[in-house]
Ligand binder design. Structure first.
Ligand SMILES: O=C(O)[C@H](O)[C@@H](O)[C@H](O)[C@H](O)COP(=O)(O)O
Length: 249
């Protein structure tokens, strides 16, 4: 099942994403366990900051200390490097939470002590992160690249057919930096919920390909066609001319 929610204003997109996240947080806590969420890089950090922190009503409903935060992909650079997805999350979310004196979520990162400049330990970093993953994530928040990639699963890449490893590494990412680790489809398809956030007129062409009838084979389309409920949060320009019916969340 795929739902699309669209808004004219980015603040409304962020608010809808935040309410959706809080709903799944509450459902996980009602099941008696921590809220296990995975996030991506790109503009997601900004959206989470706007929706979950700057929006006071939503902020009051987030139980940060009951969250376990994972990363759907990570660039193999030190955690304080400007390319690091953790670094982005730290900058956009954790920093603000520290300023608010909020008890922080548990954040599960790659083990940066394993990083080697020549990439010889990338396999080990992937296995180490795989061992830290829960059996099933409550929610995975994804971005959609202009080429239709998501996580670090790129169109036509051999990792699209990885069905054994839950975290894989790649050293040939078409988008820099080349060395990364990423969730594979077995993790995506074993999660409880998936949401994409995509904004801007620059996404309309790829969203048309993803949502049109014929198979594009693009990673985002493969996620849509999987067994997990998928919700897209977009702004109006991103779905201009795209064959989908959008509602409000
Ligand atoms: O790993 C990367 O190279 C990026 O983080 C990338 O995957 C990003 O998430 C998408 O391109 C969506 O980007 P936006 O969120 O900015 O639309």
């Amino acid at each position: 099942m795929v739902n699309v929610h669209s808004y004219a204003d980015s603040t409304d997109v962020a608010d809808a994403v935040a309410r959706y996240v809080i709903k799944h947080q509450n459902a996980a806590l009602e099941r008696g366990h921590k809220f296990k969420i995975a996030i991506s890089g790109g503009s997601l950090g900004k959206v989470l900051n706007k929706g979950l922190i700057a929006n006071k009503e939503n902020f009051a409903n987030v139980k940060w200390s009951n969250w376990e935060v994972y990363f759907s992909d990570e660039r193999l650079v030190p955690l304080n490097h400007e390319d690091s997805n953790y670094g982005l999350f730290n900058e956009m979310v954790l920093k603000s939470l520290r300023e608010h004196n909020v008890e922080l979520p548990k954040v599960i990162t790659i083990d940066e002590s394993l990083l080697a400049a020549d990439g010889s330990t990338d396999d080990k970093i992937a296995s180490d992160y795989e061992a830290k993953l829960p059996e099933s994530l409550d929610l995975i928040l994804l971005g959609c690249g202009p080429d239709g990639h998501t996580c670090s699963l790129f169109p036509g890449h051999k990792l699209l057919s990885e069905n054994r490893r839950r975290i894989a590494y790649l050293q040939d990412s078409p988008k820099p930096p080349p060395r990364r680790v990423t969730f594979t489809f077995p993790v995506l398809f074993n999660s409880k919920n998936i949401a994409f956030v995509a904004e801007g007129a620059g996404k309309a062409a790829v969203l048309s390909q993803i949502f049109e009838e014929k198979d594009s084979g693009l990673p985002c389309e493969l996620v849509n066609k999987g067994p997990v409920p998928v919700t897209w949060f977009v702004n109006d320009p991103a779905i201009q001319g795209v064959p989908v019916t959008a509602t409000k969340y």
